[in-house]
Design a protein around this ligand. Structure first.
Ligand code: PEP
Length: 261
């Protein structure tokens, strides 16, 4: 079976300008260094706003910091007359490794549907970015269809143009758990993650499914992270609110200390 290196990803959303981002990343790197964090054992990445990316890139490469970084969205188009959009090529030119696609806030506030998300995923992959594909059910979906149906359908949709992809990350983020303080239980997350891995197998084949990291997201904190990472199909976390608190995010990244492994 493929070894999946746990991945702790911090989605800053629309918080921290480029000056704040520099101070934040510096302090986060020092905190993780003090804790003797081994990035080979647990990968850690931040997802700042677009306007911070150049500053974060310069700092990370200049100071040889092992933190990864990604963008929070990408255009479905290569380039051209798309006012306000950001091209995957531009992100790649800034050494961006990851890009979040299909976050529930984009689906909800920007009306992004499965087809659009599939185009973004395909465009990210084509340009050498690793898409972090977000799927998750609302509270209403949960009541009507149970926990897995909507995430499974969304993952099928997101992968519709991604045949042959070998390097993606999936984030299961129940919408009702995002920013609510009410996280799913580790068992709930595992149940859906198992179904999502099954979909990965159907679409991309068993080997890719086995190697793909599936994250849980939704009110993750240092006090609940270890329970999620104990599940066989959960390989990390996409962290929103708690990723803006350096000590808390570093403690989440150090989740092994909470389970004593
Ligand atoms: C998110 O928005 O991706 C998220 C998981 O947020 P929070 O951790 O604040 O629930």
């Amino acid at each position: 079976m493929a070894e999946r290196i746990p991945f702790i990803a911090g989605n800053w959303k629309m918080n921290l300008d480029h000056l704040q981002a520099i101070a934040f990343v510096q302090k986060l790197a020092w905190t993780l260094k003090d804790a003797r964090h081994d990035y080979g054992v647990t990968e850690v990445a931040v997802f700042p706003p677009f306007t911070d990316l150049r500053s974060v890139q310069t700092l990370i490469s200049g100071d040889k910091i092992e933190l990864g970084f990604g963008a929070q969205d990408v255009s479905a188009h290569p380039n051209g007359a798309y006012t306000g959009e950001i091209s995957a090529e531009f992100l790649k030119a800034l050494d961006v490794q990851y890009v979040i696609v299909g976050h529930s806030e984009r689906r909800q506030y920007h009306h992004e549907g499965d087809e659009h998300i599939a185009e973004k995923v395909a465009n990210a992959i084509k340009n050498g970015l690793v898409p972090v594909i977000c799927v998750g059910e609302t509270a209403e979906d949960l009541e009507l269809y149970g926990p897995s149906a909507v995430p499974v359908q969304q993952l099928h949709g997101a992968l519709a143009l991604a045949g042959g992809a070998t390097n993606i990350v999936v984030a299961y983020e129940p919408v009702w758990a995002i920013g609510s303080g009410q996280a799913a239980t580790p068992e709930q997350a595992e149940q859906v993650a198992e179904q999502l891995r099954y979909v990965l197998g159907e679409v991309l084949g068993g080997e890719v499914a086995d190697a793909t990291r599936i994250l849980y997201g939704g009110s993750v904190k240092s006090s609940n992270i270890a329970g999620f990472l104990r599940q066989p199909n959960v390989d990390g976390a996409l962290v929103g609110g708690a990723s803006l608190d350096i000590a808390e995010f570093a403690s989440i990244a150090q989740f092994r200390k909470h389970v004593g492994t």
